[in-house]
Design a protein around this ligand. Sequence first.
Ligand SMILES: C[S@@+](CC[C@H](N)C(=O)[O-])C[C@H]1O[C@@H](n2cnc3c(N)ncnc32)[C@H](O)[C@@H]1O
Length: 260
Amino acid sequence: MSFNHEISSDQGPLLYRDLADWYPLLTPVGDYAEEAAFYRHLFETHCRRSPRTLLDLGSGGGHNAAYLKATLACTLVDLAPAMLSLSSRLNPDCEHVQGDMRSIRLGRVFDCVLLHDAVSYMASRTDLARAIATAFEHTAPGGVAMFQPDFVSETFAPGTETGGSDGNGRALRYLEWRWVPDSRTDMYVTDMAYLLRDVNGAVEVIHDRHLMGLFPRAVWLELISTAGFDSLVVPFEHSSYSDTGHEVFLGRRPVADGRA
Ligand SMILES: C[S@@+](CC[C@H](N)C(=O)[O-])C[C@H]1O[C@@H](n2cnc3c(N)ncnc32)[C@H](O)[C@@H]1O
């Protein structure tokens, strides 16, 4: 089978536009406490300056920021206005900026830069390199950037998952189906089916396609190094993901690298 891009949406997933208000039922903020604590620990361990500021590129619902903001002044960047508005309600104390992680330039640097699962939307090597360059431009000397793709080539497996939750009289359940088109090695498709139940009990079924990048570990490390960082990979430690081989990439900006 060859993969036809025309069947995907040019405007990106519905989840981040028309369905943004359902996002907290798909991935509740309470589920992020443990991983946010892990990221905080990584930042504190690898940042060679006192970590006080954080830039989150592709901040989505702001679910990591909801925890990280306890010790870090957070600036949250996302492409989707509907997600920024969702996050603004959860994190009114954080700065929110609409922008593309491949091109935004805020003209200032941060102690810590986070590209969480949103970096998985970099569906070509060129886009990934641009997002990593954005991270470098915003990382202070001695600071650290963290990248967490959902998968690298070595850890990806096609498959399905289900989940969802209830809230305020509404409920969402989903089926997630990950697969690689025969014609591609550098991307995979996540087809999502959402069942949305409203307060009256009516249920709507919606299909939503997400196009994600898939790159070998060596490509990640090469692109992070090429951008100017010292690169390393560390295992993702989480009680729910103990045997999946998930990994986190770090880019440590040298204290003195001769770059502006
Ligand atoms: C799964 S959500 C991120 C959730 C986030 N980690 C959190 O803590 O809530 C993915 C987000 O990536 C954003 N995104 C996708 N491509 C982007 C790009 N090129 N630049 C900025 N944000 C992007 C989407 O709009 C979406 O809000």
